[in-house]
Ligand binder design. Structure first.
Ligand SMILES: *Cc1c(COP(=O)(O)O)cnc(C)c1O
Length: 382
């Protein structure tokens, strides 16, 4: 529960806005740093989860690298202080312009998802007479047990290279002089809460390592991607970094000199962000009461896009408990944050907190209906 006294600090700030609790962010980053130092694993924060410039600056100040999926993300990362030599570039559809810019800026590695992409990177690197490092993103065929829209490692997914293509990839790579294979990369999906999924990934990685060894291919980097979930039912609960790191440590067999890389996104920023909104109207339907709030799917699209649930708190009311559908103002029926949830009696003007919204919230905001983008307020500004 968010401390209700915060409403006074919010004062007349216009809603909706993202409220970022820097104590939560810093404590998450401290844990992550400690775990990465203890294990020797390297962290590349997945910028797409939250690319707010101030958040990026704070994360880069801890010395982490960045995982980017567009040139604009790479540019934002560099501006926020991430070292280009610690930036990786992923994504199935990198454009020629993006690849050229990334080569120019000297990023660490391209995580590649298809043979045609590797050929284009090789060609563009040769034009600049450069040699660039690539990793193969391999489709691990593991069911992530998460929502289907955020499952990536199954056969019909557009992501990754299939294991049955690897022989051909290695043959093709022999002819390409401007790319150097430095490692293998995986990403099973997002919001994974079953640790057994990561254990299956580790087993799969060990098998592939043997395959590469038998062909005398030296891999320097094993990149296990991101995906560690957070507890949306318990917004004050930190992510399970210790369990996650020790699982990787116990189950991934690293060879001498190999590095293990991780790309957490959601787990880094999810719990530090709350979407703050005010109630516009209470509308009585035939079976339900609607609390129509001034935040909508344009501010936080996860419920509409993934049927995601965020915990919702009324910070203004201590009244009797009733049930409400909490909905936004956008002209779409899917603009619904929650159905039939318990809230203390809710009135026009009440301040509503939508919790665990730090990841894939602000970064996915849009201007549909020509709505304004949500603001961002940091705890040290109040
Ligand atoms: C989205 C993504 C991540 C981050 O995933 P989270 O679930 O936010 O940890 C990491 N790596 C790749 C390749 C991604 O696409």
């Amino acid at each position: 529960m968010i401390d209700k006294n915060i409403i006074e600090k919010f004062g007349n700030l216009s809603t909706p806005f993202y409220y970022y609790d820097l104590d939560v962010l810093n404590s998450t980053l401290n844990t992550l740093k400690k775990e990465s130092q203890n294990s020797g694993f390297k962290i590349h924060y997945a910028i797409k989860a939250n690319a707010n410039p101030r958040i990026l600056k704070i994360i880069s100040s801890f010395g982490f690298g960045a995982d980017c999926v567009s040139w604009n993300e790479i540019d934002a990362a560099i501006k926020a202080g991430f070292n280009p030599s610690e930036i990786v570039f992923a994504g199935v559809g990198k454009t020629d312009k993006e690849i050229e810019a990334a080569i120019n800026s000297g990023i660490f590695c391209f995580n590649c998802e298809s043979i045609p992409e590797i050929e284009v990177i090789n060609h563009l690197a040769s034009l600049q007479n450069k040699n660039v490092q690539i990793a193969l993103r391999i489709n691990p065929l593991i069911e992530a047990h998460t929502h289907k829209y955020i499952t990536t490692g199954i056969e019909e997914s557009k992501f990754g290279i299939h294991t049955w293509e690897l022989d051909y990839v290695l043959t093709r790579l022999l002819t390409m002089k401007n790319v150097h294979l430095t490692g293998i990369h995986f990403h099973v999906g997002s919001q994974i809460t079953r640790m057994s999924v990561f254990q299956s990934l580790a087993t799969h990685i060990n098998e592939l390592q043997e395959w590469f060894s038998s062909r005398n291919v030296d891999l320097k980097i094993i990149n296990v991607g991101g995906g560690l979930g957070i507890d949306y039912e318990n917004p004050d609960k930190p992510p399970m970094f210790a369990e996650y790191f020790s699982l990787m440590n116990d189950f991934v067999d690293l060879k001498p000199g190999q590095e293990l890389h991780l790309e957490p996104g959601r787990s880094v920023v999810g719990q530090c962000g709350t979407l703050i909104s005010r109630v516009l109207y209470i509308k009585t339907g035939s079976n339900t009461m609607f609390a129509i709030i001034d935040a909508g799917m344009t501010d936080l699209i996860r419920p509409a896009l993934y049927q995601a649930h965020h915990k919702i708190e009324n910070l203004s009311s201590e009244g009797n408990i009733y049930r409400y559908d909490v909905v936004g103002p956008v002209c779409e029926s899917s603009d619904t944050f929650a159905k039939y949830i318990e809230l203390p009696e809710t009135r026009r003007g009440d301040v509503i907190a939508i919790r665990s919204a730090g990841a894939y919230g602000e970064s996915m905001a849009s201007r549909y209906n020509l709505r304004d983008l949500p603001g961002a307020v940091f705890s040290d500004e109040l």
